[in-house]
Design a protein around this ligand. Structure first.
Ligand SMILES: [Zn+2]
Length: 330
C-alpha cells in the first residue's frame, strides 16, 4: 500500500512546499496549502489561514502545547505528565484548568473582549445562530455542531480531536461560521447546510464565502470500515474519490456493485477489508457543491494523528484533549 503520510518535520511551516505532499493529495488540494502558518503567542501556538486575514476578523485553530492541563502519559512503564492546552471539558481534566486554557486561548487570539460561544456537540447537522449579547451567559450550553453570526465579539468555537473544524467568512455581508465535521456530520452535509443557513438568515452569497478546513485526521491515518463507506456511497455520487485502497481497487474492477466486497473477509484474515477516508476532500467537494469557488477553499495539510507534538488525536491516544477552532468579528 502506498504511504500517504506527509513528511512535514521538524519545522512544519518550512516544509509546506507542494513537493513534500504526495502527488494524489496535490491534485486534490491544488494550491490550497500555501496560506497556512503557525504563529507563536507566548507559550501557545496558533494555526492560521492567511485567506482569513481580514482586519475585521479574528480566527485561529488551537494546538496542543502551552496550557494549564496535565495529561498523563506512559513511556516504557514510566508515567510522566505533559502540559497541554485542553480546551474541552473532558473527564480527566478539571473545569478550572479548561477555563484557564480557554482564557489563554482567547488572549492568544486577541479576543479577550469577546464572549466565547462553545457547543455541546453531538455529530449532528444542527446549526445555531448567535446574535444576542447574552448568549454566553446562558448556563445551559447550546447543543449543535455549527455556529453562525453577524454580531461583533462572539467568538464562535467548535472542539475537535480528529474531526475537521471548518471556519467560514463572508467579507461582503461580514458574516462568520464555525463548523464541526466528523464523518457523521460530513455525511449529513453540515458544511453545506451551514452555508444555506448563512444565505437564508444573513443574505450571504456562497460565491463570496471563504472556507478554512483546519487540522483534522488525514487520509493517511483515517482507516474506516464498510459501514462508513456504505453511508458515503449512499449519499454522494462521487464518494469513491474520497476513499483509497480497497474502495478504489474494487470499484475500478468493472464490478457494478463493489460494496458487498468490502465486508468480505479474505481467507486467513480475521477482519473485514478497510479503507482510508479523506474528510478534507469530502468537505471540499460538499462546499464546492454549495456554490463556493474552488480558489476560496483552503485545506490545512496537517494530520493531527501524524503530529502528536502539535495536536490531539482521539484515534491515536486516550485520554486526549480537545482542540478548538474559533472565529469572531471584531
Ligand atoms: Zn496521518
Amino acid at each position: 500500500m502506498e504511504s500517504r503520510r506527509y513528511s512535514i518535520a521538524p519545522n512544519p511551516m518550512s516544509r509546506l512546499a507542494t513537493s513534500t505532499i504526495p502527488k494524489r493529495a496535490q491534485s486534490r488540494a491544488q494550491c490550497s496549502e500555501k496560506p497556512w502558518r503557525l504563529r507563536r503567542a507566548g507559550k501557545l501556538t496558533v494555526v492560521e489561514c492567511a485567506a482569513l486575514d481580514f482586519p475585521w476578523l479574528i480566527h485561529g485553530f488551537s494546538t496542543r502545547p502551552g496550557g494549564a492541563s496535565r495529561l498523563a502519559r506512559r513511556h516504557g512503564g514510566r508515567h510522566t505528565a505533559e502540559t497541554v492546552l485542553n480546551l474541552g471539558f473532558t473527564d480527566w481534566d478539571s473545569r478550572e484548568n479548561v477555563l484557564e486554557n480557554r482564557r489563554r486561548w482567547m488572549k492568544a487570539l486577541g479576543a479577550g473582549n469577546c464572549d466565547l460561544i462553545a457547543l455541546k456537540q453531538f455529530h449532528s447537522d444542527a446549526i445555531r445562530t448567535v446574535n444576542s449579547p447574552g448568549a454566553s451567559s446562558n448556563p445551559a450550553p447550546l447543543q449543535g455542531d455549527a455556529l453562525i453570526s453577524r454580531a461583533s465579539r462572539r467568538l464562535l468555537s467548535v472542539q475537535t480531536a480528529d474531526c475537521i473544524p471548518i471556519l467560514l467568512a463572508d467579507p461582503e455581508r461580514r458574516a462568520v461560521a464555525a463548523v464541526h465535521a466528523g464523518w457523521l456530520g460530513t455525511v449529513k452535509r453540515i458544511a453545506a447546510k451551514t452555508v444555506g443557513r448563512m444565505q437564508m438568515e444573513f443574505g450571504v452569497r456562497s460565491e463570496n464565502l471563504f472556507a478554512a478546513l483546519g487540522p483534522g485526521i488525514g487520509a493517511c491515518c483515517y482507516e474506516v470500515g464498510p459501514d462508513v463507506v456504505k453511508e458515503f456511497a449512499s449519499q454522494f455520487a462521487d464518494a469513491k474519490d474520497w476513499f483509497d485502497d480497497v474502495f478504489e481497487r474494487i470499484s475500478s474492477d468493472d464490478d457494478p456493485n463493489p460494496l458487498p466486497w468490502l465486508s468480505m473477509m479474505p481467507p486467513g484474515h480475521e477482519r473485514p477489508l478497510r479503507t482510508h477516508l479523506d474528510l478534507h476532500a469530502a468537505n471540499r467537494a460538499i462546499l464546492l457543491a454549495a456554490g463556493l469557488r474552488p480558489e476560496n477553499i483552503f485545506s490545512c495539510p496537517f494530520c493531527v494523528s501524524c503530529r502528536p507534538e502539535l495536536f490531539f488525536s482521539y484515534r491515536r491516544e486516550r485520554p486526549t484533549g480537545r482542540l478548538m477552532a474559533s472565529i469572531a468579528l471584531h
